[in-house]
Design a protein around this ligand. Structure first.
Ligand code: PLP
Length: 434
């Protein structure tokens, strides 16, 4: 047995971690104490001190089926000992083909060409490159800019950063290196409401003046996630699709957070009954077992790329189409397709609506909103994530607020009692914030 297997998983060297290991968005000198985790089962995490907490995050939207699903583990174990990795250039394999068949079947009929990427940010970069190459193939080489909306978030790599809201504070340090894109105001029309008059006017004005330079619009459909968990009207998306057609720009939908049922439809674009030209998927794709993302485009986009001067799509990462990741994703999507996820998400939604409603009366709560399996308490000012994290653990839950929102995105398999524990913890913390 190798050394690391002999060591107890609870025996984490926190001092080493603190000194040498970066965590997301943290300082190496001022880091808040990280929590050690030893194992996970169902919707629970076992921490290194033995405490068991209910997971309200699905590990950042990914683990939709809960942890330790035998179907995914078996598929991965088989794949691990059969063909865990092989290059994808000039080679194919059943896990990739099986997965892509599912993706082509699940998504709208016009989306037929799948690019398997490594992570959500890369899927976005790939989508942007596809759009840029498409217009070169259409003999419109000036159409190379992206238009997007404020409050959007599409990832941390450079091109992805260039379409994130520049005022979100996450990327301001890199302004000089990030390509300049065009930004319209965030959608204002609320979910389930008609399009507010004038909501797309500023966006249309940008299109009118700049469409000769715009390759695509990129947007998170229905829900802007990291921009503050805002839900907006399906009519806005319908209008957006119309404007894309009118001004001849492609529509890229980033469903990395919303995809695979999270907000009540398999894909958020179904609320608006529209088709994207390019769709980005990630996070829940493998059920959270391993990193994988996908960018799916239409025949038309693929044809334009083939007609571009390069003749091929100019992207091809080392781990593209990794068989182990594809096997995990295929098993995860099989679970989703054969499960009653729709009922599970509907039940989570109605329970959260009922249990979170009273929080609107708390002194510092600005808004309470729920859509599908996303529950949000928005506070009136920024909150201290580090301090609250500890308080949540003391309440027996794993919830990680950010900005001014306390939110949960639990696995679809969460029980009603577990969900009540999560919503209670959210309310206790929200009521306590001064
Ligand atoms: N797009 C959206 C909508 C996201 O929410 C995220 C991550 O939170 C990303 C892209 C980036 O994905 P990743 O963190 O896998 O690179």
């Amino acid at each position: 047995m190798n050394d690391s297997l002999q060591q107890s998983p609870a025996n984490i060297d926190f001092e080493f971690d603190k000194k040498h290991i970066w965590h997301p968005y943290t300082s190496m000198h001022n880091a808040a104490k990280v929590t050690g985790v030893v194992s996970a089962e169902g919707c629970e995490l076992t921490l290194s001190d033995g405490q068991v907490v209910i997971d309200g995050t699905s590990s950042w939207w990914a683990c939709i089926h809960g942890y330790n699903r035998p179907e995914i583990i078996e598929a991965m174990q088989y794949q691990l000992t059969t063909l865990s990795h092989v290059m994808f250039g000039g080679i194919t394999h059943a896990p990739a083909v099986n997965l892509c068949k599912r993706l082509v079947d699940m998504t709208s009929p016009n989306l037929t060409k799948v690019f398997l990427a490594d992570s959500g940010s890369i899927a976005v970069e790939v989508a942007m490159k596809m759009a840029m190459q498409y217009w070169q193939g259409k003999n419109q080489p000036l159409k190379q800019q992206l238009l997007t909306v404020k409050r959007g978030y599409h990832g941390d790599t450079f091109a992805a950063m260039s379409v994130c809201d520049p005022d979100n504070g996450m990327h301001t340090m890199f302004g000089n290196a990030v390509t300049e894109q065009l930004f319209a105001p965030a959608p204002q029309s609320a979910f389930n409401q008609a399009l507010v008059d004038g909501d797309t006017d500023a966006l249309e004005a940008i299109l009118k003046t700049n469409h000769q330079h715009i390759a695509a619009i990129i947007i998170e459909p229905i829900m802007q996630a990291a921009g503050g968990m805002h839900f907006y009207s399906a009519e806005y998306l319908v209008a957006l699709r119309g404007l894309c057609d009118k001004y001849q720009v492609l529509l890229i939908l980033d469903e990395i957070a919303t995809g695979f049922g999270r907000i009540g439809k398999l894909f958020a674009y179904e609320y608006a009954n529209i088709e994207a030209d390019i769709l980005c998927l990630g996070k829940a794709l493998t059920g959270g077992y391993i990193s994988l993302a996908a960018t799916i485009c239409s025949d038309e986009v693929a044809k334009g790329i083939s007609d571009s001067p390069a003749g091929v799509f100019m992207h091809g990462p080392t781990f593209m189409g990794n068989p182990l990741a594809c096997a995990a994703a295929d098993a995860s999507l099989q679970i989703l397709q054969t499960s009653n996820w729709q009922q599970q998400v509907t039940d989570i939604e109605s329970q959260m609506k009922q249990e979170l409603a009273e929080a609107i009366d708390y002194e510092h709560v600005k808004d309470v909103r729920v859509l599908g399996s996303v529950g949000v308490i928005e506070m009136d000012s920024a909150i201290n994530t580090g301090a609250l994290q500890k308080a949540f653990i003391e309440l027996g839950v794993w919830i990680r607020p950010f900005g001014n929102v306390i939110y949960i995105t639990p696995p679809y398999t969460i029980t009603s009692a577990q969900l009540t524990k999560l919503t209670n913890a959210m309310k206790i913390i929200a009521a306590d914030i001064t």
